[in-house]
Structures are given as structure tokens and as C-alpha cells.
Write a protein that binds this ligand. Structure first.
Ligand code: NAD
Length: 502
């Protein structure tokens, strides 16, 4: 065996273990190696704050028994500057090898240039669920009267729809050929058109809706709403709705009640233990989520609707600075801030780090480290509740104390419970480990169980992606959890036991 340390982008892998995946869930060792991407713009500042907070919470929850071995990987401007490429092969190889990553925001040019790095990451690792919980934190200024009425978890399909990247520029060979084909089919399109193609597969719709329903079951949520624009886009958005109901009938028949049945058979009252599955046309949904927010709980929708809806919902509870997100597949997951790089405040130590911190909470829950997740969540509530906040919130809170990004992170740590008596100082320095002979190859993953189904840039191969088996339908009543991350569930009888709490 080689004694050379494993390196990605020249950075030695720290001492730690590799997370493996079983039936769509991570099997978490006590010291998992987790790659992080700082991100562009405010990324460095908010990631630094997040790492401090997550490490402090893990130490408080588990003493020296558990820690994360962080591995920096590069993407975006930093990668371009150092390696001449915005998304180096080694970055993809590291995420593939270690399964889970967390990232700050990345710049994406509009109207040309390179493809979105975020979209590339989601499609490369087939992260088909974009999970965004939206809830209110008391004290956060909001534009609506009762922001606490909104508490939803949005499951946005993450790989298809108009995000599949099937686009042809005006006057390009591709645009001309598509226009000509349409002409042959009797469909007239102006010659000076750019063309984009929207796709939605049955498999892609069903696996997303399956996860959303399973999440509702696992978290004792009573309503799952399919959001679509099926009245206009019948064979994509309309089909998404139909496939969603079809899936529910096939796999969750004993638990699901449709809106029609609710009134026809149950007098409008949801029977105990059942979940209402309904659907809304997208425009009506935007109206209703604002006017009747407490009618909704879990939302499953397609890519573009989900993009719009999650930002609109985040605005209702106080903005993007506190909105976390996760991109989850069956064999990997990437947790990320939902906002952008905020170039206007980058480098000024002003940014609110809560979006990445709360994405870290989702990651901890996904790892099964619920105690640490709870410490971070409670500390966010406590710190914001004490009206000690960053400028984006402070300017709307008359009696608040404005903190810088780094001061907010320190206030979070100060607000945490004390370290357990037996805790020893955690050594977070990166210690190089000996390389397994093939582990540093771009396509080689250290653990066979962790293998990622790489999806080509086009989703034309969507049908090649494996559909997971039917999930268990027994509910675990964990309504208190504010994070959706343990939605990633295993098929009945095969649920992975993650490391127990320390
Ligand atoms: N997930 C991602 O990586 C992601 C998401 C959205 C946008 N982007 C990219 O980010 C760049 C800038 O986009 P944009 O300006 O449209 O959106 P943005 O989210 O970066 O900024 C919008 C506004 O919100 C503020 N803001 C954002 N995050 C904040 C935070 N954490 N704390 C305080 N204020 C915050 C900014 O100062 C700005 O006024 C673009 O290149 C875009 O493509 C990346």
C-alpha cells in the first residue's frame, strides 16, 4: 500500500472515515470526512461562521466521541483562480468519494457563459430532491402579519424541467433544426427564437413525490400538496400531478386521502392517522400560501415552480438569509445556503450566516446527529430571540443589537450549553492519511457502498437512474423536528441504523 496521503486539489484528506450509504440513507461513522466548498462572495465569511458553530455544537453534544473531519474542496471563483477551472475534477471526485458535502453560494453568470455550477452538481450526483424547510424564527422581522402560520417543507424536483439544460441559442444549428422539426409537425415557431425544452419523467416525478409523502409520514405532517401548472402544460406539469396521485395510490393507499374523498367520504374531516394529498395550480398556490399559509405542510413540486415558491415562502418568514436548503439523492447529498453570493456586502463581515448554519442543521440531522442539530437550532432561536442579529435583520428590528458575521457566530457559541465535563479539546487539524492505492483517482470511491450514479449533463438518460424501492409506511411521530433531513428513508425492513447518540 502506498504511504502517500490522499489529496484532492492538492489538499490532504484529514484523518477520518468515509460515510457509506445503505438503501438511500447514510451510515455515519463517528468521524466522517465531509468536503466543504466555501463559495464565492460572502461564502468565506459565512462558511467560517458556520464551521465554528457546527463544531461547537458537535463538541457539546458528544464531547470528543464525535467530530467532523472537514476537507476543503474548491469550486467557483476560488477554483478558477487556483486551478483554472470553476469545477475541478478533484472536487467532483471528493464529493463522490465522501458522499456528503456542504457549500456556500457560487456565482453564476446570467444569459451566457458557463453552466450553473449548482445545477451541474445536482445533475452529476443525481440529487433529485431539493429540500427547503421554511419556518418562522420568533423575533425575525417579516412583511406579513402572522409569519408563524407558515411552516412548510418544500420538495422541489431538482434535475428535470427547464433546468435540464436543453437549450438552443437564437440562430444556432440546434435552434434551426428544432424549428424545422416543429415545422414538419405543423407547428410554426418564429425563426428568431431561442429554444428551451421542458421535460418531466414519470420516474422523476414519482421518486420525488415518494420522498415528500414519506417525509410527511415520518414527521407527522398531515397535508402533502402537489403544485403544478397542469392546466397549461398538460403533459409535463399535469402529468407530474397525475403521476404523484398514481404513486400515492400504489404505495401509500392505506394512509392517503385525496381532497375529493375527504369531502365525499369523510365530511371534510381528515380521519386520525391519515394524510391529505391534494394539489394546487401554481398561480393559485402563490395566492393561497400567502393568504392561508397554515393550509400547507409538505409541498412537492417541479423544478421551476419550486425555485420560485421556496424564495417566496422564505420572504414570508423573514428572508433568504435564514433559509436553508439541501440537495439529496440516494447516494449523496449537498447542503447549501439558498441565497446567492451577495456581492454588494462581500468582504465586509456583514452577511447573515444563518442560511448555511441551518443547512448545517439539516446535514447533522441527515447524519443522524440529532442532538447536535437540536443544539444549533435552539441556539439560533435563542440568539435571534435575544435580538442579537446581523444587519439584514437588525435594520428592521428597532431594539436589536447589530452584530457582524463573526460576532454572530461567537454569540451563537456563547449561547450554547456548556461543554460536557468529560469533553477533551477536539483536534481539528488536518492529518494526512495513507492513500489506498486507487482512492485518489478521479472516478474511484473508497467505499463501494458509496458509489454515485453519475448522470450525464442532459437528463435524456433520466430513465437510466434507479428508482428506489417503496418506502416503509409506518409513521414515526416526530412532529417536533424542524428539519426535514431525515426524510431520506429506507425501504421497509431495510432502514439503516445510524450511529447512536453519544
Ligand atoms: N445557491 C447558489 O449558489 C446561488 C443562489 C442564488 C444566486 N446565486 C448567485 O449569486 C450571485 C448574486 O445573486 P443575487 O444578487 O441575485 O442574489 P443574492 O442572494 O446574492 O443577493 C440578493 C440580496 O440579498 C442580500 N443577501 C443575500 N444573502 C445574504 C446574507 N446571507 N446576509 C445578508 N444579506 C444577504 C444581498 O446583499 C442582496 O442585497 C449571482 O451570480 C447568482 O447566480 C447563487
Amino acid at each position: 500500500m502506498s504511504t502517500e496521503p490522499v489529496k484532492y486539489n492538492g489538499v490532504p484528506v484529514p484523518a477520518g472515515e468515509t460515510i457509506s450509504f445503505l438503501a438511500g440513507k447514510p451510515v455515519t461513522p463517528d468521524c466522517p470526512i465531509i468536503p466543504f466548498i466555501e463559495g464565492d462572495g460572502i461564502g468565506t465569511e459565512i462558511w467560517g461562521a458556520t464551521r465554528l458553530v457546527l463544531d461547537a455544537a458537535i463538541a457539546r453534544a458528544y464531547g470528543s466521541k464525535r467530530r467532523i473531519a472537514w476537507l476543503e474542496v474548491f469550486a467557483g471563483d476560488k477554483a478558477k483562480a487556483q486551478f483554472g477551472k470553476a469545477l475541478p475534477d478533484d472536487t467532483l471526485a471528493a464529493i463522490k468519494a465522501f458522499g456528503i458535502a456542504i457549500k456556500g453560494p457560487l456565482n453564476t453568470p446570467t444569459g451566457g457563459g458557463m453552466r450553473s455550477l449548482n445545477v451541474t452538481l445536482r445533475q452529476t450526483f443525481d440529487l433529485y430532491q431539493c429540500v427547503r424547510p421554511v419556518r418562522y424564527f420568533p423575533g425575525v422581522p417579516s412583511v406579513v402579519k402572522s409569519p408563524q402560520d407558515l411552516d412548510v417543507v418544500i420538495f422541489r424536483e431538482n434535475t428535470e424541467d427547464v433546468y435540464a439544460g436543453i437549450e438552443f441559442k437564437i440562430d444556432s444549428d440546434g435552434a434551426k433544426r428544432v424549428i424545422s422539426l416543429l415545422d414538419e409537425m405543423g407547428i410554426k415557431v418564429l425563426a428568431d427564437s431561442g429554444i428551451g425544452i421542458k421535460i418531466m419523467s414519470r420516474m422523476g416525478s414519482r421518486r420525488l413525490v415518494r420522498r415528500a409523502i414519506q417525509y410527511a409520514i415520518d414527521h407527522n405532517r398531515k397535508v402533502v400538496t402537489l403544485v403544478h401548472k397542469g392546466n397549461i402544460q398538460k403533459f409535463t406539469e399535469g402529468a407530474f400531478r397525475d403521476w404523484g396521485y398514481e404513486l400515492a395510490r400504489e404505495e401509500f393507499a392505506d394512509l392517503i386521502i385525496t381532497e375529493a374523498d375527504l369531502w365525499a367520504k369523510h365530511n371534510g374531516v381528515l380521519p386520525e392517522g391519515k394524510i391529505l394529498l391534494n394539489d394546487r395550480i401554481a398561480d393559485a398556490m402563490f395566492f393561497e400560501v400567502l393568504t392561508k399559509p397554515n393550509k400547507f405542510s409538505v409541498i412537492a413540486t417541479m423544478n421551476l415552480n419550486g425555485d420560485y415558491l421556496s424564495d417566496a415562502c422564505a420572504a414570508q418568514v423573514g428572508g433568504l438569509g435564514i433559509a436553508p436548503g439541501a440537495n439529496i439523492g440516494d447516494k449523496s447529498a449537498i447542503f447549501e445556503a439558498t441565497h446567492g453570493t451577495a456581492p454588494d456586502i462581500a468582504g465586509k463581515n456583514l452577511a447573515n450566516p444563518c442560511s448555511v448554519i441551518l443547512s448545517g442543521v439539516m446535514m447533522l440531522e441527515y447524519l443522524g446527529w440529532k442532538e447536535a442539530a437540536q443544539i444549533v437550532m435552539q441556539t439560533v432561536e435563542k440568539t435571534i430571540g435575544a435580538r442579537t442579529v446581523t444587519g439584514d435583520l437588525a435594520r428592521f428590528m428597532s431594539d436589536s443589537k447589530q452584530l457582524s458575521t463573526s460576532e454572530f457566530a461567537q454569540a451563537m457559541v456563547d449561547n450554547m450549553p456548556p461543554l460536557p465535563a468529560a469533553a477533551v479539546t477536539v483536534d481539528t487539524t488536518a492529518t494526512a492519511i495513507a492513500a489506498p492505492t486507487t482512492a485518489n483517482e478521479v472516478v474511484a470511491a473508497p467505499a463501494a457502498a458509496n458509489e454515485v450514479v453519475a448522470v450525464p449533463e442532459s437528463t435524456q438518460e433520466a430513465e437510466a437512474r434507479p428508482e428506489t424501492a417503496a418506502p416503509a409506511t409506518t409513521a414515526s411521530k416526530d412532529g417536533a423536528s424542524a428539519s426535514p433531513i431525515d426524510t431520506v428513508t429506507a425501504p421497509a425492513g431495510t432502514e439503516t441504523k445510524v450511529s447512536p447518540a453519544g
